[in-house]
Design a binder for this molecule. Sequence first.
Ligand code: ZN
Length: 168
Amino acid sequence: MNDIVSPQTRSRMMSGIRGKNTSPELLVRRLLHRIGFRFRLHMKDLPGRPDIVLPKHRAAIFVNGCFWHRHPGCRYATTPTSNKEFWEAKFAANTSRDAANYEALARGGWRVAIVWECATRTSEERNIEEELSNWITCGDTTLEIPKVVDGQLPAFSNLPSPTTDEPS
Ligand code: ZN
């Protein structure tokens, strides 16, 4: 797919319009609320300030824009053709910061979910709701929506496994 909009325009497109119920983060909050989960927002004392935190379930949820957070293989994760080096450096900084945050959360005993913005635009709300709800109540250490077909998100590959934790 050709790159026909400027990064600024795409950034606006992908971040949604703040303050409206169409924004991806609000969508996720709305559906969690509907199925009865209690959560907190943007906990500053946690690595990466997760968008949604369910302390009772030790679950942290990030609703990530595909462009800025570089959703692997996603058509929205394009690289602008001008100032390519600048963008590549910026993207590399973003993704390594993300990976460090996920790792720090995992080491602190948190489970981490990423809901990519494109999923909130293309998937049925019901499917997102079901996947999140399953994961929150009985799930693994990580979740990615949409799920990767093959393997796992690179940023998740370095996470400590809970089964290898040393007793403190
Ligand atoms: Zn995406």
